[in-house]
Design a protein around this ligand. Sequence first.
Ligand code: FE
Length: 238
Amino acid sequence: MISRWLVPALLASILITGCSVSASPTPQSEPTQVSLPLVESAGSAAPAATDTSTLQESSPTEVSTPQIPATQASTAAIQCSSPANLTSPLTEGPYFMSGSPERTSLLEADTPGTRLTLTGYVLTVDCQPVANALLEFWQADANGVYDNSGYTLRGHQFTNDAGQYYLETVIPGIYTGRTEHIHVKVQAPGGPVLTTQLFFPNVAENQADRIFDPSLVLPLVPVGDGQAAEYNFIIALQ
Ligand code: FE
């Protein structure tokens, strides 16, 4: 089965949603929910030639290289009560880029900011783990700036056989009109795409952010000189 993100670059360039490239004096506009049927189902038309995404070029059965370090995979019991509520969708924002590298760490040698380790499961509403689920993360850096010419602080990965994901990154900075947030897409193999955002607790800007959703706040705990959180995504399979 072939599926992929389909986000025309032109569309991204004209969307006005809850994101900004950098600190801007322009107040946040009313968020526009972008309806993007990003998954190309089997048998649908070929993607546009301009789509350079390599994401999910392979079938899910061929994507069997979870990169979660064996020592990092959580052994904690799954915190989920069936039937669970689907994770709330939120606007994509204008700065998603297809074709991000597959990796579980977005950190580079010179990445500034507070380290954040994010772990958890991708689950169904019946609390069943979803193996080989795709997770795509993208975010501003610690100064509130997106890399829109490269893939800094952008990456995708697949859950392991236990439905677990693992991400190393930094806590994003604040820019005008937005509170701290990490963008994410989650997709079961062949399933619909959940597009949403993750937030942080005790951030003053949360209250004024019109996109903020308290159900998407990460339960941060201090770990070493950084922070960590476990967060499970509940997604639909079809
Ligand atoms: Fe954003």
